[in-house]
Design a protein around this ligand. Sequence first.
Ligand code: NIG
Ligand code: FE
Length: 383
Amino acid sequence: MTTTLVTGIAELLTNDPEREIVEDAAVVLAGDTIGWVGPAAQAPAADEAIDLGGRAVIPGFVDSHSHLVFAGDRSAEFAARMTGEPYDGGGIATTVAATRAASDDELRALVAHRVEEMHHQGTTTVEIKSGYGLTIDDEVRALKIAREFTTETTYLGAHVVPSDATREAYVDLVAGPMLRACAPHARWIDVFCEPHSPHAFDADETRHIVAAGRAAGLRIRLHGNQIGHGPGVQVAVEVGAASVDHCTYLSDDDIAALAGSDTVATLLPGVEFSTRSPYPSGRRLLDAGVSIALASDCNPGTCYSSSMPLMIALAVREMGLTPLEAVRAATLGSARALRREDIGVIAVGKRADLTVLDAPSYRHLAYRPGVPIARSLDEVSPS
Ligand code: NIG
Ligand code: FE
């Protein structure tokens, strides 16, 4: 196994409570894992060397919520929203039609391009959902393509009720034959639990669908409380979901329920940005003891951005997080939202997923919004 000594790290943010920030640091990579971490002056020898010339290094971004398997364009819907049209999930049908019409190769190329775009911005792990197929064959196809790019695949047959189905019949399909066909290709099940949308699912439908998913061996994550106050967060806690995502509208009871649970609240500030919605307070969640994550939700409707640095900048500016809390939420927090122990931390034995910043400190992610300073380590050439 080849070992690589990475030096020239002005500031290393590890997320390891033993040594959270190391200045003038070095890391030794041993194949795919981290073999050594510490001050550069004490670094052991290795087979190869990379000198980063005084940059900051952080754990690779973990984007724990995305919908990358789609075709078509909804920029006109976005433009209409900027003049005051509200979002209610109705535009999902447009993407479903375009996605069904795309060939396997077209869809695969679109996903490959988006995953590469994420990688260029420092994302090293991505979760990818289905949900723009909404037939057995189209959902299976979406998950199989997603699987080519990540192990974190999520069955979201319960995204919306398609226009050619009745609600009752579609819930039966999603919790029955579609689930059986999709479960072998997914790690997670998700439901758009949102009674404020006429297209999405209510609390009882959500409970029914996720119970079937769990029985089929899938783990649970939910979309909740996106468009208004609703039952999503409470249902997520009740069913033991790993994460409830959006959390745009939260009551005191929702926050108390999250604080007393293992369910991570995943904040998606790009959605508030792109739908002109109010930002929830990340500060309130952290102060209440809730475990939080940050993700992009990259999708054609509510946030067509794959940029985790943008999410960090928005979380700092609009959600009351410090730069350190925001970067932690986008790495360690989102790793927890995926129930992953091997990523999100730079420590011996963890995966060698490092993100390099063209900047001296992690703080620049929020300090220099819109500037492409983050990239994955494998895009930095050896010295
Ligand atoms: O996470 N809210 C549900 N699903 C996506 C948006 C899907 C779409 O509009 O295409 C979301 O916001
Ligand atoms: Fe989503």
